[in-house]
Design a protein around this ligand. Sequence first.
Ligand SMILES: Nc1ncnc2c1ncn2[C@@H]1O[C@H](COP(=O)(O)OP(=O)(O)OP(=O)(O)O)[C@@H](O)[C@H]1O
Length: 628
Amino acid sequence: MTTMSDAAPETRSFEADVSKLLHLMVHSVYSDKDVFLRELVSNAADACEKLRYEAVAKPELLGDDPRARITVTFDPDQRQLTVEDNGIGMSADEMTEALGTIARSGTKAFMDQFAAGKDREGSQLIGQFGVGFYSAFMVADKVDVTSRRAGSEEAAAWSSDGLGTYTIREAEPETAPARGTRVLLHLKEDAADYAQRFSVERKIKAQSGHVPVPIFLREKPDAEPDQIADGAALWTRSKSEISEEEYTDFYRTNAGQFDAPALTLHYRAEGTHEYNVLAFVPKTKPFDLFDPERTGRMKLYVRRVFITGEAQILPRYLRFVRGLVDSQDLPLNVSREMIQESPVLAAIQKGVTNRLLSEFDKLAQTDEERYLKIWESFGAVLKEGLYEDYARRETLLGLTRFKSTAGNDWRTLKDYAAGLKENQTAIYYAVGTDLDRLASSPQLEGFRARGVEVLLLTDQVDSFWASSGVDFEGKPFKSVTQGLSDLSLIPLPDGEQTAAETSREVASFIDFVKEALGDAVSDVRASERLTESAVCLVAPDAGMDRQLERLLANAGQLAQSSKPVLEINPRHDLVTRLSALADSDKDLREDAAHLLFDEARVADGELPVDPRAFSARLGRILLRGIAG
Ligand SMILES: Nc1ncnc2c1ncn2[C@@H]1O[C@H](COP(=O)(O)OP(=O)(O)OP(=O)(O)O)[C@@H](O)[C@H]1O
């Protein structure tokens, strides 16, 4: 600390974002205020675990008080509640940093959502953004934090009413905890319940009964504390002794979540490496799931000592999984960086990833409905694995579910393969952003007519994996907007005729259109894939899928986009009539050529090439129609 004088408290302003956040907390009509208690207990437990970790290298930090402990004191007369730990503590600088700013990215997004917010969502957001401490201001009109860093003589005191400023000063040593942090809440009038035993005890047991640090409760600072939670690590107990409620409590406290898990995986790996795994798949999807900075949320413990939340235990495409791995074999006394490189960790990563995927598979077989819920929340993330994790691609393809032209239900690739048509050589897909629009795109018509199923892919990631050379049972994936479709080989159902040869007239109209459009297209040709629409756009034969090209172009990753191919339906009334027009109608044919191209662009979700020219052409044609 550079400027803090001995006695005088120094008043500082919160960072602008903190002020906004506090304003939201203070004024929220948010009903589930209990979460503040879970946040404070969870911070206290984290502080104890951090100390346990630092004490591996520096046992002297523990002094004569080696047992971690959280003490909660309620005082109904003073309307106060205190959460105290004997963990790592904070120096004055650390307090200014931790309790005056918001370090995490995405906080702005949090606040926008919170402000817009429905209560239930708000409660889920608090945990996700590490704004936990500030939630104390939902129930307190003043918060005092006194802390002493482990191993330090000095202590510091922070205080705020949550209204824009806080004070920080040196604390008199005798008023501060010998080690660790004390958070004292001056409760608001309508929050007096949090100073009552029945309420505090019940809430802590329900919300935080499974934190890995024992919790004591006492009435007033000089009373004898009772232990209300034993701090036994839930994951070391046997599965058969643990109830679903206990798992859910643990998940909520440990992962800062507010829903119930959609899937719980708890097992002990034995053999070359020994470790316990307790992992949860959430029910609801965090909204920062696609934030590029979002990393995995699995914590690493070594023999019950918390090591880091940063170890990448699972691949990125499983970043929605919460929980922990507790290893028996990793050394405690190496740095976090070294642990990351350890072959033991690599073995754990492999083991846990495989196990999770096989649990998904099992669930898909035994309880499809539950699996589909998980898929609906996290399928778009799992699919990233299709191009990031080549070795597990087949497994992941087996887990992937699709919407398709075959109906509204989710489909598997096995379902698709079972319905392959005679001479069908590929698995066809269409990519877009909107399912309904995709389902009605003209490119699908010829496939529909032949009963060929087309997968309808609407997640961003789909463009990437589907065009990365994937195949299933020997059949490659092929975009319906890409190149020539080989539809002519697939017979139409009985009674329907295969396309007749394109007439000379139509062929020459096609040549005319090609000339009229010039450089705007790479080709104009008769289409096999259209049955009802007059025109559609497809990618050139060797070109990229059109949706992928659009994505890359929008992201500025494409120097030059390719020219599309305009396909014309030679059997369409409009086309045959235009083809039959005399040469003297050249102007009309020219307008029609451009309008057909614009129509195809619009069907693809794009704008006409030149809106003014478009209106002029449309106007001319309408006038001609009116004039008869
Ligand atoms: N009891 C405590 N002991 C030591 N440090 C603490 C304590 N409480 C809070 N802190 C510090 O304040 C920071 C901010 O706490 P806050 O609850 O707002 O977010 P967080 O704990 O980082 O995130 P999350 O709530 O998602 O776990 C913590 O990261 C920690 O550094």
